[in-house]
Ligand binder design. Sequence first.
Ligand SMILES: Cc1ncc(COP(=O)(O)O)c(C=O)c1O
Length: 417
Amino acid sequence: MTAADGRTPFLSAEKAAEVRERFGTPCYVYDRAALEATARRLLGLEVPYGLTLRYAMKANPSRGILQVFRGLGLHVDASSDWEVERALRVGFAPEQILLTSQMPSRRIAEHVARGVLLNACSLHQLESYGQAAPGRPIAVRLNPGLGSGSTKRTNTGGPSSSFGIWHDHLADVQAVARRHRLTVRTVHTHIGSGTDPEVWKRATRMTLDLVAQFPDVATVNLGGGFKVGRMPEEPTVDMGEVATHVRGELEAFRQRDGRALRLEIEPGTYLVARAGAVVATCIDVVDTGRDGYLFAKLDTGMNEVTRPSLYGAQHPIDVLAAGRDPAEVVFVGPCCESGDILTPAPGDPEALGPRWVPRPQIGDLVVVGGAGAYCAAMSTINYNSYPQAPEVMLEPDGTLRLLRKRQSLDQVLANEV
Ligand SMILES: Cc1ncc(COP(=O)(O)O)c(C=O)c1O
């Protein structure tokens, strides 16, 4: 694993200033060069019997980003009927889209008619798919009995997780499949986000042991969850090492079972996290006395970058000011919510985690880094009636291209009748 440098290398102070001048703050910025470079690196991973790289679009479903990945030949992991539709509208072929949803699909017949791939995430879903589309190939999401995430809230495996069909229920899976003449072609596991690579490796073996019990499976999908360091002290998983490990496992599986399994992985975070940032403005500076804290209030917070207040997640924050003395600062957002904190203590959304930065002043440009994944996608839009922030693509030639405008008040109110 390697550590991040903690900054937002693609965004110079001049570029951040240009973002503010042209689009206002807060504003998301994505770096096309970084998106492409990461995707190409993953497409080049060496695995023995073929690789499908699915982008977990829940991480960031912006059309601008989906277009980049479609252009490079990635497929899609969609987490709802709505994401399926968004991917289709961007031009992904139906057979490039795998629907893996907690919500039973309400459009099964349509998906089947178009060729969208379905992943049954519960016995109920499997039964519904069987009834709607008997005799079809199918994927099943299994819970291998083991999970790992950056926090408990992003752990999607083991007995505390509702995701997938529990590994002991294989006889039920086989019975439902038999009853509806479904052929299980893909076994899928995804044990969490920000997964410990050692746990992921163990889950790989457990998944292959489950595959062994499905004679028609030709593809194993090992999900996403690959850890990305946003802060200098946070490690990033070495994907080459992951590929080497999986290669060994797939070759060993072939030796004992005879099948050469195609591999699918579906990273979200890994593909986009560090290719995004939020450009913001410091709107106020207050303190709570000598024994208290110095707070910098930004015009961005939980509305655009929800992860810190939700998980205690850490994002690099750069105050773009030269020649200032350093100060220990707690960064907060503009919402009337004491939980609107951008610098909680690591892993503890309730506690404060001040940072040493150039002492902020009102009007300073501030960049919140590591904001490509689960930020625009997971934002608490319109809390306090703040409009949804715009999204901009930084093109490799240095130009800024608007992907999505800032919401207007009329748009905030549009569905009120
Ligand atoms: C089924 C599935 N696949 C892939 C992912 C992507 O995870 P990450 O963004 O951590 O790579 C998720 C995230 O929740 C998921 O639920």
